[in-house]
Design a binder for this molecule. Structure first.
Ligand code: SF4
Length: 234
């Protein structure tokens, strides 16, 4: 898929998300939050669902949890605009409750199609709900900081998945914040391993290369607005 085709596919998915009424969460949303980032990245970050700030702005991770996410990425020399960030449900659950299984199921086709369009080498899950979608049968306390192959049925046909705690959980507990910085330090190695496993081939030579070890951009990066604030609901 060319860069133009990939952007068009993601834009089309985003338009469908904004009009979606497939589950009860549509009734309480201010704005749906399809996700944002560089469509040509090798890395997709998947959180759980929009919080109050995300619902207000229609953008993922725009609050304190987002600020921490930016700091986590910066600790390995990455920028949020070098990756793609989305959630397993695109509309805010009321009172920041956990998404219900039927809501996750109703929204799953959007994430699957986003992953099919981007074809990432690495999916980074943020929090236990996202992790359980990609690594069922384990717990966040056991899997954080580790990688595993992704089931192609998720839409990521040739990827590994790496589990992180949700940044909002790290904001609530210093020990989890410390663990999160230790875990994210392993992400570049996980990306390298994921690249090697992709049909024995590495990524196409990038036209734009973020800091050393960062996700390769297969094409010039899409322009994205900088985010100033963030929050999440875990
Ligand atoms: Fe549609 Fe997903 Fe929003 Fe539910 S959460 S209304 S499935 S976009």
């Amino acid at each position: 898929m060319t860069a133009t085709e990939r952007r068009a596919a993601l834009d089309a998915i985003a338009e469908e998300v904004r009009a979606c009424t497939a589950c009860r969460l549509h009734a309480g949303r201010t704005r749906a939050v399809p996700g944002e980032g560089n469509p040509m990245t090798e890395v997709v970050l998947v959180g759980e669902g929009p919080g109050v700030n995300e619902d207000r702005l229609g953008r993922p991770f725009v609050g304190r949890a987002g600020e921490l996410l930016v700091r986590l990425l910066a600790s390995i020399g990455w920028r949020r605009e070098d990756v793609f960030i989305t959630n397993i449900v695109k509309c805010r659950p009321p009172d920041n409750r956990d998404p219900e299984p039927d809501e996750v199921a109703a929204c799953a086709p959007f994430l699957r199609r986003q992953l099919q369009a981007i074809d990432p080498a690495l999916v980074v899950t943020l929090g236990r709900h996202s992790m359980s979608m990609f690594r069922p049968g384990t717990t966040i306390s056991r899997s954080h900081g580790t990688a595993a192959p992704v089931d192609p049925a998720t839409g990521a046909a040739r990827a590994h998945v790496f589990a992180l705690y949700h940044p909002a959980a790290a904001l609530r507990a210093a020990a989890i914040e410390t663990a999160s910085f230790e875990d994210v330090a392993r992400v570049p190695v996980a990306l390298e391993e994921a690249r090697r496993s992709r049909d024995g081939a590495t990524t196409t030579a990038p036209a734009s290369q973020p800091p050393e070890g960062g996700p390769a951009l297969v094409d010039a990066p899409a322009h994205l607005p900088e985010s100033d604030q963030l929050t999440l609901f875990t």
